[in-house]
Design a protein around this ligand. Structure first.
Ligand SMILES: Cc1cc2nc3c(=O)[nH]c(=O)nc-3n(C[C@H](O)[C@H](O)[C@H](O)COP(=O)(O)OP(=O)(O)OC[C@H]3O[C@@H](n4cnc5c(N)ncnc54)[C@H](O)[C@@H]3O)c2cc1C
Length: 302
C-alpha cells in the first residue's frame, strides 16, 4: 500500500467493489481496493443466473474480475477496514493492519451478512438444501417440496416465487408481518402456512430431508429457504453520518449515481439493499466507479 493519497478507495472486493475498481481505474485515476476475497458472498456460491460468463463458480467470477482490475492498475490489500473518517473533504481509512490511507473519494461495497436461524446443522446444509436466496436457487427445486422461513414481505414473496417451481411450498412464521394486499395474495395461493411456529431441527444425512417444528410435527422436504433479512455492514458508514434508507434503516441510501448524502462517498451492491444479486452489484459498481473517478478528478483540479 502506497503512502500517496488515492483518488478512489473501495471498501469491499466482491463483484460490486471489483467492478467499481475496473471502471474507475480505466478513467486513469489511482484506485485501492480493501477487503477479503473469501468474505465475498459470491466466493462459495454457484451463480446460475448471471449472464456473460462461462461456468457458475462465484470464485472464478471473482478471480476473473481481480485479474482485469490488476491489469487496469488497481491495487489490492487483503484487509478489512476498521475506521473511516473525513476532514476537509479528505477521507482517511484505517485497515486492520494498523496503517492509514487517504483518498479523495470512497466507495462502500461491503455487502451484507444474511440473518441465520442459528440451528445446529444449518451451516452444514448450505448448498445442500439450505439456501438464503430464492432468486438464486429456486431452479434447483423444480417439482420438489420446500419451506420458506420468515415473516416479512420478502419471505412471502419468496414463497410465492417458489410456487412457480416447487410442487409444495410451506411458509413457517412466528408472527406474519406483511401488508394486507400481500397477505390476501398469499391466502389465495397454495402456500401451506404454519403461523405461530418455529423450526427446531433440520433433518438429513448428506442433504436436507425434512424439518421439525416446535409443536413436534415433521415436514418432509428437500429445500429450506431462510428469508429473515440481512445484517448490514453499515456501521462504519453510519459513524461518518452516511444516511440509511428511510424505510428499513438497514441499507445505504443512494441516488441513481450511487451517491450517498456525503459528497465523495458512493455505495454499491448488496449494502444498498435487495435484490442481493451479482447482476445488480456489478451494475451499481460500474456507476459508482465512474462517478467516484469523475469526483476525484474534479477535486484534484479544484
Ligand atoms: C450461497 C449464496 C448463493 C448465491 N447465489 C447467487 C446467484 O445464483 N446469483 C446471484 O446473482 N447472486 C447470488 N448470490 C448473491 C451474490 O453473491 C451477492 O449479491 C454479491 O456477491 C454481492 O456483491 P457485493 O460486492 O455487494 O458484496 P460481497 O460479494 O458480499 O462482498 C463484500 C466484500 O466486502 C468486504 N468487506 C466487508 N466488511 C468490510 C470492511 N469493514 N472493510 C473492507 N471490506 C469489507 C468483504 O471482505 C468482501 O470482500 C449468492 C449468495 C450466496 C451467499
Amino acid at each position: 500500500m502506497n503512502e500517496q493519497m488515492y483518488d478512489v478507495i473501495i471498501l469491499g472486493r466482491g463483484p460490486a467493489g471489483i467492478q467499481a475498481a475496473i471502471h474507475a481505474a480505466r478513467r486513469k485515476v489511482s484506485v485501492l481496493v480493501l477487503g477479503k476475497l473469501r468474505k465475498s458472498s459470491a466466493f462459495g456460491a454457484h451463480i446460475e443466473n448471471y449472464c456473460c460468463v462461462d461456468g457458475d463458480a462465484g470464485a472464478d467470477l471473482l478471480k476473473g474480475g481481480y485479474e482485469k482490475a490488476l491489469s487496469a492498475g488497481v491495487e489490492f490489500v487483503e484487509e478489512d477496514v476498521t475506521a473511516l473518517t473525513e476532514e476537509d473533504g479528505v477521507f482517511t481509512v484505517a485497515p486492520e493492519g494498523g496503517r492509514t490511507v487517504t483518498g479523495r473519494a470512497v466507495i462502500l461495497a461491503m455487502g451484507i451478512s444474511r440473518k441465520k436461524l442459528d440451528l445446529k446443522r444449518e451451516t452444514e446444509f448450505v448448498g445442500r438444501g439450505v439456501s438464503y436466496c430464492t432468486d438464486c436457487d429456486a431452479g434447483f427445486y423444480r417439482g420438489q417440496t420446500v419451506a420458506v422461513i420468515g415473516c416479512e414481505s420478502a419471505a412471502v414473496s419468496s414463497a410465492l416465487t417458489m410456487l412457480l417451481y416447487a410442487k409444495g411450498v410451506h411458509l413457517v412464521c412466528e408472527a406474519l408481518d406483511v401488508a394486507d394486499e400481500l397477505a390476501e395474495k398469499m391466502k389465495r395461493s397454495e402456500i401451506i402456512l404454519h403461523t405461530g411456529r418455529r423450526v427446531t431441527e433440520i433433518i438429513g444425512n448428506d442433504a436436507v430431508k425434512g424439518m421439525v417444528l416446535d409443536d413436534g410435527s415433521r415436514i418432509d422436504l428437500t429445500g429450506i429457504f431462510i428469508v429473515l433479512g440481512a445484517k448490514g455492514a453499515v456501521d462504519l458508514a453510519a459513524e461518518l453520518g452516511v444516511a440509511l434508507d428511510a424505510e428499513t434503516m438497514k441499507y445505504i441510501a443512494t441516488n441513481k449515481k450511487q451517491e450517498t448524502n456525503i459528497a465523495g462517498i458512493y455505495a454499491a451492491g448488496d449494502i444498498c439493499g435487495p435484490p442481493w444479486q451479482v447482476a445488480k452489484a456489478v451494475g451499481e459498481g460500474c456507476v459508482a466507479g465512474l462517478e467516484a473517478a469523475a469526483y476525484a478528478k474534479r477535486k484534484k483540479d479544484s
